[in-house]
Every structure is written in structure tokens, then in C-alpha cells.
Ligand binder design. Structure first.
Ligand SMILES: *Cc1c(COP(=O)(O)O)cnc(C)c1O
Length: 217
């Protein structure tokens, strides 16, 4: 699908849900995509991108930033504590704050660096053992802990279980965010961004629908 097609679909979903058209941020997930595909999207004027791995992001975005201004980079993959500093230096947002140790590390580094990217807390809405994120029943406490550390928590993020109806998970995430006074909702991918927009997503993370299938490495 072209970037224009996707944008049109997002706008249609916003209009249908009675939302302001154009208010949802489209994060183009460029992980594992060849640089020429990413560059084509940059040439179309898009500036908001997502990467899963800090290492991969470090290998490509500082170079792109030399040519294209205004790049807004989001780290959306699991983050090891020892990569936190590099992630904070590279990205404007990090969507995968999922444990106290990482929160403490961000807080310490934010003091030291004098700035911190926007943060989203990942919630494991499907309570899947293999998946990162705080459990739904622990979310309120963890949000409070992070806010107590003065971290710039903007919202919540989830990745619904593949076999389940995503809208149930999007609705749950919205409910948890609302009761914690958080306005950001990072949810929805290539296969389900329409329903995520309908349920209030502020950021959707779309990879393969924009770039085509990821080439295995
Ligand atoms: C890869 C990835 C996406 C994009 O997935 P697509 O199905 O290609 O749109 C979104 N969110 C996260 C966390 C991802 O890892």
C-alpha cells in the first residue's frame, strides 16, 4: 500500500469514529527494511519512524538525519538496560518502558543528560508469558512509580496476542490509560490499525503495509 493509501484509511477511520481527521500519528516501522525503501518514504516527506532494535537504529538514523531534518524516531522494541542511554540519545520516544529497573535507569540518565524522550509504558494486555510489558493489574502502580520518578510518561502501548480480537485489547489499554490520566495510546499495526484508530490510538505503528514484507535477515 502506498503511504497515501494508508493515510487515507487512517483519515477515514478517524472520521467514522468522530475523531479529528489527521490527529493520529503514523509511525512508519522501518526495522529490517532496506535503506532505499526507507529513503523513498523520507523523500515522500514522512518523518516519523519506528525501530525495534537500538543497534539497528544506530546504524541508520544518524546518517539519515544528516540529509533529512525533523526526523522523529520511536524505539518500539524491548530494551535492555545497558542500551538505555543509546536509545535515549537516538530517539524522541521510547514505547517499551516495562519494568522498574528500566524506569530507574531512565530516571538516572535523564538527570545526567538533562533530557528524556517521551515514554510509553508497555502493557501486556493478553498476559502472555513470552511477551514484555506490565500485567494489566500492575499497570496503575507502575504508572504511579514512573510518574513519581518525574519520568515523562505520555501514554501506554500494547501488542495484542496474534490469535485474539485486537479491539478488546485496544479497549482495555484505553481504559487503563484513562483511569491513570494518560492521553497517549500506542496501538495498532498493519493488520489492525483501523480498529485501533476507532478506539482512540494516538500513535499507530505500521511496518509491512507501508514497506512491503520484511526481508528476512
Ligand atoms: C514490527 C512491529 C510493528 C509493525 O508491524 P507490521 O505488522 O509490519 O505493521 C509494530 N509494532 C511493533 C512493536 C513491532 O515490533
Amino acid at each position: 500500500m502506498s503511504l497515501q493509501d494508508i493515510t487515507a484509511r487512517i483519515h477515514a477511520a478517524e472520521a467514522k469514529a468522530g475523531r479529528t481527521v489527521g490527529e493520529t500519528t503514523l509511525i512508519a516501522v522501518s526495522k529490517v527494511q532496506p535503506n532505499d525503501r526507507v529513503q523513498a518514504i523520507l523523500e515522500e516527506g514522512h518523518r516519523v519512524f519506528g525501530e525495534n532494535r537500538v543497534q539497528e537504529a544506530a546504524g541508520k538514523w544518524p546518517d539519515f538525519r544528516q540529509t533529512y531534518s525533523g526526523i522523529d524516531l520511536h524505539i518500539i522494541g524491548p530494551l535492555q538496560t545497558n542500551k538505555a542511554r543509546q536509545a535515549m540519545e537516538l530517539a524522541q520516544s521510547i514505547h517499551t518502558l516495562d519494568r522498574p529497573k528500566l524506569a530507574k535507569t531512565f530516571a538516572r540518565l535523564a538527570q545526567e543528560m538533562g533530557s528524556c524522550p517521551d515514554l510509553y509504558i508497555q502493557v501486556n494486555t493478553g498476559e502472555e508469558p513470552q511477551k514484555a510489558g506490565v500485567m494489566p493489574h500492575e499497570a496503575d502502580e507502575f504508572v504511579a512509580t514512573c510518574l513519581g520518578m518525574d519520568l515523562p510518561v505520555r501514554g501506554l502501548m500494547c501488542i495484542p496476542p496474534v490469535e485474539e480480537e485486537p479491539s478488546l485489547h485496544f479497549a482495555l489499554l484505553g481504559k487503563i490509560a484513562a483511569r491513570n490520566g494518560l492521553t497517549g495510546l500506542s496501538m495498532g499495526m498493519s493488520s489492525d490499525f483501523g480498529s485501533a484508530v476507532a478506539l482512540g490510538a494516538t500513535h499507530i505503528r505500521v511496518g509491512s503495509a507501508i514497506f512491503g514484507d520484511r526481508v528476512p535477515v
